[in-house]
Design a protein around this ligand. Sequence first.
Ligand code: HEM
Length: 394
Amino acid sequence: MTRRTAPDLFEPGLFEGTGFYDVFAWYRANDPVSWQHPAGEAEGFWSVTRYHDVVSVHRDSTRMSSAKGMRLGSTGRAVDAVANRMLIVADPPDHTRMKRVLIQPFSNDVLSRAEDYVERVVADVVATAVTQPGPDLIRQLERIPTDVICAIMGLPRDDWEWIGRKTTEAFESPSEVRRITANGEIFKYFSDMVRENRRTGANEFISGLTAQNADGTGLTDEELVFNFSGILAGGNETTRFTLAALTLQLVEHPDQWDRILRGDVEPGVATEEALRWSVPGMHVLRTATEALTVGDVEVEPGQRVVTWIGSANRDTEVFDDPDTFDVGRAGNRHLSFGAGRHMCLGSRLARLEIAAYLRTLRGMVRAMTLEGEPRYNGSNFTWGLNELPVVLHA
Ligand code: HEM
């Protein structure tokens, strides 16, 4: 039955399941660029659901600003505190200057040296999960992105567990006070580390980035601190959500798991489907700096525009049978890492981790069983599973 009235994209609890995909489908078909003004947002915004419109917004960084915030629900004060000093909420020229420096440790060349390490971390985590299964596989999988990013950043081994816990708290705690406190602790941790490193030069990752300051075009200490925190946040939760979603899909679709086990599908190809399916970055927000058209809507200067990556990834204009999880999907042009100048800094690293996870599962695991109810976190921003009672069997 076709619905006549627009469904509510902001109905409480919608993102605690996967019912929002039907809501997106309705908007793509009936009102692809719709005006929304949910409770809790001071102003309304244009909500963009079709793949090609989403791409056009992401690619238009001249008229689409990130410096006024890149997500719903963030307060003006919090954004102003980091605007143009943290990549994800920066516009050119600051964005260009900072990204040129920050991208270096995450380039293909540098990361290819980390491949063995990533494989070892993943092997250790999966082996532990197989021999000592816990009540929630996520609490074991979360070590993969945390250990890898902490090692790349050269953080002391003893701090990794604390860092992982604080990052989760800073982004996922239901208490705003705890989120703010955890963020403050992370900033303080990196401030001390950057200051100390100016003296000792002991941390290669930090020294590599501060060395760029010599010509006056690099990052200030404050920018380094903000961006380390952004890298940590970007590197931890998102990848964990994709690993968890991939696992659940393989449990629920034994035919797809068989294709992996038989080696019929390259891990790199299956990785792309895991990313398309999981959408850990569900929406992004931009603010128009000039009048422009999105789809057939005229956007006025100063108006906000939200793109729904989860909707774009299910657009039938681009993907055949998009509601089917197909580990061998060819030509998978998902937008899970965004597009344009803000395209994810850690996409290569995330792909390495996910592909290593698939290879390791194939090598160590024969079956997986679901032992309870998986649960989603309910967020329409960093969306994903936060409970996954799955057991891996050797
Ligand atoms: C499955 C894993 C990941 C997903 C789905 C993901 C998703 C995204 C998306 C959608 C954006 C674009 C935001 C925008 O346009 O405003 C982004 C940017 C970013 N991501 Fe990721 N990310 C992932 C992993 C990582 C990792 C491992 C890192 C750590 C290095 C990272 C660090 C960043 C940073 C620093 C940015 C800002 C880039 C910029 O503004 O130029 N992400 N990510």
